[in-house]
Design a protein around this ligand. Structure first.
Ligand code: SAM
Length: 342
């Protein structure tokens, strides 16, 4: 081996040695955490799966909150509100999360040991298993882009997302959040107990089986003449195609010129669990908790055209389209779109 070759290889070898050293240190910390992690895991499973079922709360919304908690501690998206919320929230265990993730969090903070959880993929290089974090950031950017120009913001199926609290505090905009009765009532109770100010947001619990969300929204003071941003994140996957279409048509009816509807779509292959083993496992847990994934768009051919045409059927014209995994040679599985009334 020549000197030059040896030099070229040195950083690689050094990197490997550092990684090895980090893994050894991480294992030591993880061993210390094992007894607490066992107790924490039991507490977390009990709260997330047993208690949430008893209280009739959306499990998929709990999972979304959990990811935001992780992003905060892994430094990919600061979110102290979600952490304060989780500490009081009856269906998640802050202690459990710390006991399970603590060794990784400490290892990342003290000596830079990073796993997939501590990294965000570069835009366009998302895979089916690495969309969770970057998707949250993209919706943050959309909210940031429109918050000052809109007069109203509506979040149907808001779950335990605190994006509206982050971006609309002190802004001259009316905000409405809608979700199922139990989910939204627990959200408001938790915000109160956690001392998180939320009085500028109107929370509208809706029983979708016998109430119209549009009527409830109008009763709560929504003004059809005002420019509105509808932000519908991670909801359509769990609804039937007819309900997705009907909901989007109703949103379109409520829009005046300049209003925007933003949402995400999964591919049919993703929704049916054919996309990847990891996605299938995740979706099957959510299904067991009462929320089967039902809706996806056929993205196997021309995904952009397929999404555009679906939106057209709902009375909408697509204005922005972000395809995940675009720079990779993989089957399209997810996109985030913005649309306006046709
Ligand atoms: C995966 S969660 C997403 C929550 C939130 N948008 C987020 O990103 O964290 C799906 C949410 O849709 C709500 N949901 C379920 N059925 C719904 C319906 N028919 N219309 C609107 N929202 C619904 C659930 O209660 C749950 O909060």
């Amino acid at each position: 081996m020549t000197d030059t070759n040896a030099k070229k290889q040195l950083p690689g070898i050094l990197r490997l040695l550092i990684k090895l050293f980090q893994i050894i240190l991480y294992i030591q910390i993880q061993i210390i955490f094992i007894p607490i992690a066992i107790i924490g895991l039991v507490d977390a499973i009990y709260k997330e799966m047993v208690k949430s079922k008893r209280l009739g709360i959306s499990f998929s919304a709990i999972k979304a909150l959990q990811y935001r908690w992780l992003m905060h501690y892994f430094n990919t998206r600061p979110d102290s509100l979600s952490v304060s919320f989780t500490k009081i929230f009856p269906c998640e265990s802050h202690f459990g999360m710390w006991s399970i993730m603590g060794a990784l969090i400490i290892s990342q903070r003290i000596f830079g040991f990073t796993t997939r959880l501590g990294k965000l993929v570069e835009p366009g290089k998302e895979t089916g298993d690495s969309t969770a974090g970057i998707r949250v950031l993209m919706f943050d950017r959309i909210m940031e882009k429109y918050v000052d120009e809109m007069e109203q913001i509506v979040l149907p199926g808001a779950g335990f997302d605190l994006i509206a609290l982050h971006f609309t505090k002190g802004k001259n905009v009316k905000v409405f959040e809608l979700d199922q009765v139990n989910t939204l009532n627990v959200k408001v109770e938790t915000l109160k107990k956690a001392g998180i100010k939320h009085d500028w947001i109107t929370y509208i619990p809706v029983d979708y089986s016998n109430e119209s969300w549009v009527d409830k929204l109008l009763e709560a003071g929504f003004d059809k003449t005002k420019k509105t941003l509808f932000l519908w994140q991670s909801v359509s996957l769990y609804l039937g195609a007819d309900i997705v279409k009907e909901t989007l048509r109703k949103m379109a009816d409520l829009c005046v010129d300049g209003s925007i509807i933003t949402q995400d779509f999964y591919s049919r292959a993703f929704a049916s669990g054919e996309y990847s083993k990891m996605a299938k496992r995740y979706l099957s847990i959510i299904e067991k908790m009462g929320e089967p994934s039902k809706f996806g768009i056929d993205m196997s051919n021309d995904p952009k055209a397929a999404v555009e045409s679906f939106l057209k059927e709902c009375g909408l014209i697509m204005t922005e389209y972000i395809q995940f995994g675009e720079k990779l040679d993989i089957e399209p599985f997810y996109c985030i779109v913005e649309a306006e009334k046709l």
